[in-house]
Design a protein around this ligand. Sequence first.
Ligand SMILES: Cc1ncc(COP(=O)(O)O)c(C=O)c1O
Length: 459
Amino acid sequence: MLDQNNELTAWDRDHFFHPSTHMGMHARGETATRVIATAEGVYITDVNGRKSLDAFAGLYCVNAGYGQQKIADAIAAQAKTLAYYHSYVGHGTEASIKLSKMIIDRAPQGMSRVYFGQSGSDANETNIKLIWYYNNVLGRPEKKKIISRWRGYHGSGLMTGSLTGLDVFHKAFDLPFGPIRHTEAPYFFRRPDRTMNKEQFAQSCADKLEEMILAEGPETIAAFIGEPVLGTGGIVPPPAGYWEKIQAVLTRYDILLVADEVVTGFGRLGTMFGSDHYGMKPDLITIAKGLTSAYAPLSGTIVSEKMWQVLVQGSDALGAIGHGWTYSAHPICAAAGVANLELIDELGLIANAADSGAYLRAELAKALGDHKNVGDVRGEGMLAAVEFVADRDDRVFFDPALKIGPQVSAALAERGVIGRGMPQGDILGFAPPFCLTHEEADIVVQATVEAVGAVFENV
Ligand SMILES: Cc1ncc(COP(=O)(O)O)c(C=O)c1O
């Protein structure tokens, strides 16, 4: 058991304001502090020497796995030679310039430039500003609304928290605000009309989007933003044909597409980008997490040539763009990015993500697919989810107050495996590092079966 009385945990309770944490319970010591000390491969170890298989790669970000010497060395070398210089007014470093080239070389066709930030949230803020700037330069100042999806996750800033379509990120923050609208999520398992097949449901999502565009006025809608696979909203791959149908609607009304690839970028779906995986043709792509495998905080907005041309026109008319962060393209983070992308290629980690991810999902489905309280086992690439229901025949969900999802993830943690109880619905999510082996996947599945058994014995 964790030692809750040592000095570190006392300081933690008294001084550390944790994100996404029950503030009162944590401060009062009613929930545990876990102090993580070291990590290697897919395992993390806390200060009490307790080891866990991290089947969520931190927050689906440590894609290359923990303890990668090459990335650590690149960070150290950069810190010694040049710890910082800004990237304003045409300045750069070898690392930031090289990384830009590496990203565009890997990006879907038609992408042209990379603007760097620190987090997925700030990259989506940049996207919104670029979209508004673009339409102002084109002389259509009324075209500003952005459509996102319920259950989408795009960050927790003011605008990006508004784009996010999850209640917990809105409640008591006066969000969503601004010209943001939410349309239906392509969540087949939770489709309102259960008589629909996948094709009909995908069509109905596109129809609802079109109805919203027409009701709002197409001349007011600037962009649509979506994750290729819904992540924090429940790890939900779209039904086949969804993106094609959505894209057709967007093209009809001259609406930009932003692919938020913070989770899916750089290999998580078993392909370099989710946009290529699903045939999406985005105008902007958001990247973060897997860009550096979280060895350093770095995000980016990849801008298409089509938008770039208009932005340049804007600069010619208005001068230098009034947008910048002190830490844009921070050289230490850029060096981490270069080493990480090289390592992913050298170790063939994307192919491994496809292989071990498919194995993990298949084994989860085999072991749990027939359980009376498992409604759905799904995923794509190195993403998997198990959704729990009170009654699988009638698809009756549990009362959220029972906190079934958190109970299963806690029971799993007790068995030495970390999965994530997704924030809305009783969904256990997995997003392991790409280096996961089949043997490690077996450990995840075995622990999940035991955790599910322990929780549902008492329900
Ligand atoms: C798809 C997506 N977009 C944006 C973000 C926000 O990234 P950050 O937490 O780095 O601000 C996340 C974070 O999980 C995400 O999953």
